[in-house]
Design a protein around this ligand. Structure first.
Ligand code: FES
Length: 134
């Protein structure tokens, strides 16, 4: 494998961060710093991270819009329940091509319902994803 191919794999791996989060009563807790990209002194942030936890049937994609604004989206296609793939600001379904934006709105069918979302609250350096409500 060439060095260019290896670096392409490495950079594509670093594009998406998967974390397990901390399962607590009623929800999940993650550290806000998970969004930080440690590029020297600049404060750069990932636009999203994906939480996979064995207690969850599907992963949850968390988009960051600002210091206190996040969305948490259940990565289950509302068409027939295929697990979605995150691609930048969109979530795509490989089964029949549905697409959802970073707020969970269905933007392309056949899915015609928006994604399930969970409230996210910010407490100091932690995000709490409330799994009781959607
Ligand atoms: S299951 Fe996702 S588009 Fe059909």
């Amino acid at each position: 494998m060439s060095a260019a191919a290896v670096s392409q794999i490495l950079s594509s791996c670093s594009a998406t961060l998967y974390i397990t989060g901390n399962l607590v009563k009623d929800g999940l807790v993650i550290n806000k710093d998970e969004f930080k990209l440690n590029k020297k002194d600049k404060n750069d942030y990932r636009s999203f991270i994906i939480v996979r936890n064995e207690a969850l049937q599907y992963p949850i994609c968390i988009y960051r819009f600002g210091e206190t604004e996040y969305t948490a989206l259940w990565m289950s296609c509302t068409h027939q329940g295929t697990e979605l793939q995150a691609s930048g600001q969109y979530l795509q379904c490989t089964a029949h091509g549905s697409e959802f934006n970073n707020r969970g709105i269905a933007t392309s069918g056949p899915a015609d319902r928006n994604l399930r979302t969970f409230p996210v609250s910010v407490d100091n350096n932690e995000l709490f994803i409330d799994l009781r409500k959607s």
